[in-house]
Write a protein that binds this ligand. Structure first.
Ligand code: 13P
Ligand code: SF4
Length: 314
């Protein structure tokens, strides 16, 4: 038996002994994706975490995702295999900054992308993910001013899709903000027949939505969350795609569509936080029940409200 097979068997045995479920985000390493019980985008993972019967949830993703699971399932043991798996976007606003911003707009409804800490969520009215942000904003009465945080590209995308003017926090993800016009222009030249799949956190999504892309043609562009990209690739007539998001998604795109070809818009679009989870760390998480994510009950109760409102909308 190879080391890899031994490790995989150990994980499978521990998962069953501990009645654990392994949830993994679409950006995780291929071997983590392949061993997970459920693989998905932020919305799908939140739903799974809230609905599971397992005693233990091992979250192969980043810290805010495990924290969200702990908030929606306070009676479960929630584990993250590496405590350093953070998120640059979640770091782009502090609680003090949010409180000051709210004080400037006392009548505003506050909407946060799910990529934030529990302490930020506790200050907000609604949570959104990239797959339901438009729907959630549309559910808010039109005359209510809205503060949208922390991602400026997703905020602009939602503004364009809903036709609503939002107050948008100028935060960004360090991986997605670098995927710009020029990346797509280069790939379009190399693969002129490819369809473009763009995540709304990308810098290029704004240029595309505003029809102000200087260097590439947006006519074949589709803007989606990671799971939305998987659905689009399966349904599209195209057989070649350029994918503008973290490169981890390519594993599933290729697995599910063996007859189609996928190119990264930028091969350097790698989130080092998502890649921190490895099979040995996953095995250790199950074996030693580490590292437990617990949210203070009072904070969790406050942070749960915007998450529940989001889940109720869609
Ligand atoms: P989705 O999987 O919801 O599209 O989110 C992307 C992301 O960056 C998660 O951190
Ligand atoms: Fe955060 Fe960006 Fe990594 Fe997603 S890809 S977890 S938004 S740093």
């Amino acid at each position: 038996m190879t080391d890899f097979e031994t490790l995989r068997d150990e994980i499978n045995q521990l998962r069953s002994d501990k009645n654990a479920v392994i949830l993994a985000h679409n950006y995780e390493r291929p071997e983590i994706q392949d061993i997970s019980d459920y693989l998905g985008d932020s919305l799908g993972l939140s739903r799974q975490a809230a609905a599971t019967d397992a005693d233990v949830i091992v979250f192969c993703g980043v810290h805010f995702m495990a924290e969200t699971a702990s908030i929606t399932s306070p009676d479960k043991t929630v584990l993250i295999p590496d405590l350093n798996a953070g998120c640059s976007l979640a770091e782009s606003i502090t609680v003090d900054e949010l409180k000051n911003w709210k004080a400037e707009h006392p009548d505003a409804t506050v909407v946060t992308y799910i990529n934030t800490s529990a302490a930020i969520k506790a200050e907000c009215d609604y949570c959104v993910t990239s797959s339901n942000a438009v729907k959630v904003i549309e559910s808010i009465p039109e005359d209510e001013p809205i503060l949208f945080l922390p991602d400026k590209f997703l905020g602009t995308y939602v503004e364009m899709m809903t036709g609503r003017k939002l107050h948008i926090w100028p935060g960004a993800c360090h991986v997605h903000e670098k995927i710009g016009d020029m990346n797509l222009a280069e790939k379009q030249e190399s693969y002129p027949n490819a369809e473009m799949l763009i995540h709304p956190e990308c810098g290029c999504s704004t240029a595309c939505m505003m029809n102000s892309a200087m260097n590439f043609d947006c006519a074949s562009a589709h803007i989606h969350s990671t799971s939305g990209m998987l659905t689009r690739a399966e349904q599209s007539e195209a057989d070649e795609f350029v994918v503008a998001t973290e490169t981890g998604i390519l594993h599933q795109l290729r697995q599910r569509n063996p007859g189609k070809t996928f190119h990264a818009a930028d091969d350097n679009s790698v989130c080092e936080y998502m890649k921190m989870t490895t099979l040995p760390k996953l095995r250790d998480a199950l074996k030693h029940t580490q590292f437990q994510i617990r949210v203070d009950p009072e904070l969790a109760a406050a942070a749960r409200q915007p998450i529940d409102r989001m889940l109720a909308v869609g």
